[in-house]
Ligand binder design. Structure first.
Ligand SMILES: Cc1cc2nc3c(=O)[nH]c(=O)nc-3n(C[C@H](O)[C@H](O)[C@H](O)COP(=O)(O)OP(=O)(O)OC[C@H]3O[C@@H](n4cnc5c(N)ncnc54)[C@H](O)[C@@H]3O)c2cc1C
Length: 384
């Protein structure tokens, strides 16, 4: 379907499609098998200036918005969700600086993120605080001209591979929702280390590790914005980034659908290609229809966010939940179409099904997205 993209948006699609086809797809099975971080592919993406898409031009970026990021992530997700997650997490780590950082902080970090000199990561989750982010235990205490950070973050994407980490820590427990603040921790800071690499079901080429802070001292000016705005900035960050996760679902589902259709046309049983059986053709028809419906929603939400930055929580959650549930279903159905062959690692659909699952979990589970949508509906109908 033609979404009437501008010339510049089409260029982003073309560049990322080429990277997916030429750099990512030929390597994805090997990277998954070896659980190897895709350093060379990320370098190729940096050479194509992809890390600055969402960064304003005054900070060395391309100056694109949510739709531009969505278009890039859709193509990269079609290639491999693990690679695309490593790319997306760098944006996630930089959004808080963009949204709440001082001018000095933006000038210092954003050009380096845009050029990919600095890879970034975002650290909220802890062992006892996943969906319930308010339960985090990591603390930051001001001591003269330095903050001292103590605590452990869990399951942080790009951990050990990033140069900067935006870390949420409690600065005043008595202040509840206003008790957390955000900090930039650099990989070279003393008192900062990592746990071992997690062994995961899917997105195995991405790095997921703990961040360990033991009396980690950072300069006072690494506070992002003001004391007490940590959780608010996190919510705004996730509102902006969730359509990107939805876009990974679009790309992944497209890849699975492509595999399933090609296979169904070639595989002969009972003397006919299996696509001629209505059971298979209807399954493919539903996969294609649900994918297109999700794409229309994700693009519409992203376009809305390009023009309106406030009041986007509901639609941001809607597109994340709809597109990622769709991706889980479409990839599972693709395995069903390929059946026994689909279950084997010789074909890419088993990896696609494994990779789809994380999209329903990270950046807020799909249950939490439904909570957000429900809460927003409740507020809207109180107003009317
Ligand atoms: C591979 C991977 C990469 C990740 N990357 C990052 C990262 O870069 N940075 C980061 O900060 N975090 C990251 N995370 C953490 C991720 O965001 C959390 O796993 C997620 O928010 C859910 O938290 P949890 O796993 O602790 O589940 P829990 O919060 O323990 O939830 C368990 C179950 O209960 C449900 N549930 C919980 N509360 C409610 C409720 N109120 N209503 C309805 N249902 C509820 C959940 O939906 C889920 O089904 C990553 C996780 C993984 C697995």
């Amino acid at each position: 379907m033609d979404y009437f993209l501008t010339e510049e948006q089409q260029m982003i699609v073309d560049v990322t499609r080429q990277i997916a086809d030429e750099k990512i797809i030929p390597k994805r099975a090997e990277l998954d098998e070896k659980e190897e971080f895709p350093t060379d592919i990320l370098k190729a993406m940096a050479q194509a200036d992809l890390f600055g898409i969402f960064i304003p031009q005054e900070y060395g970026g391309y100056g694109g918005g949510c739709l531009e990021v969505v278009l890039a992530l859709e193509q990269l997700g079609r290639g491999c969700v693990a690679v695309a997650t490593s790319y997306a997490a760098s944006a996630l780590g930089a959004y808080p600086i963009l949204l709440a950082g001082s001018e000095e902080m933006k000038q210092h970090y954003l050009p380096k993120v845009a050029s990919s000199e600095y890879r970034s990561a975002f650290a909220l989750t802890e062992a006892n605080a996943g969906s319930d982010a308010g339960g985090i235990q990591t603390t930051a205490i001001l001591d003269g001209d330095e903050w001292i950070i103590n605590g452990t973050k869990q399951w942080i994407t790009n951990a050990g591979e990033a140069d900067i980490y935006t870390v949420v820590a409690i600065t005043d427990r008595t202040k509840g929702p206003r008790g957390a603040s955000l900090f930039v921790v650099e990989a070279t800071d003393r008192g900062f280390s990592y746990g071992p690499k997690e062994k995961k079901m899917g997105i195995r080429a991405s790095s997921t590790r703990e961040l360990i802070f033991k009396d980690c001292r950072i300069p006072k000016n690494r506070l992002v914005g003001k004391v007490g705005i940590g959780f608010i900035t996190v919510m705004k960050t996730l509102d902006l980034s969730r359509p990107g996760i939805a876009a990974l679902g679009l790309g992944l589902a497209q890849a699975a659908l492509d595999e399933a259709v090609v296979y169904a046309k070639q595989r002969v049983q009972f003397g006919k290609p299996i696509i001629s059986f209505q059971a298979i053709a209807h399954m493919l028809a539903d996969m294609a229809t649900e994918l297109e419906a999700a794409r229309a929603l994700v693009y519409a939400v992203a376009k809305h966010i390009n023009h309106h930055k406030e009041g986007i929580s509901k639609i941001s959650s809607m597109c994340k939940v709809f597109a990622t549930d769709m991706a889980m279903k479409v990839t599972t159905d693709a395995v069903q179409v390929l059946a026994g062959y689909g279950y084997m690692r010789d074909y890419p659909v088993e990896k696609m099904m494994r990779d789809a699952k994380i999209l329903q979990i990270y950046e807020g589970t799909n249950q939490i997205q439904r909570n957000v949508i429900g809460q927003e509906l409740n507020k809207e109908y109180n107003r009317n």
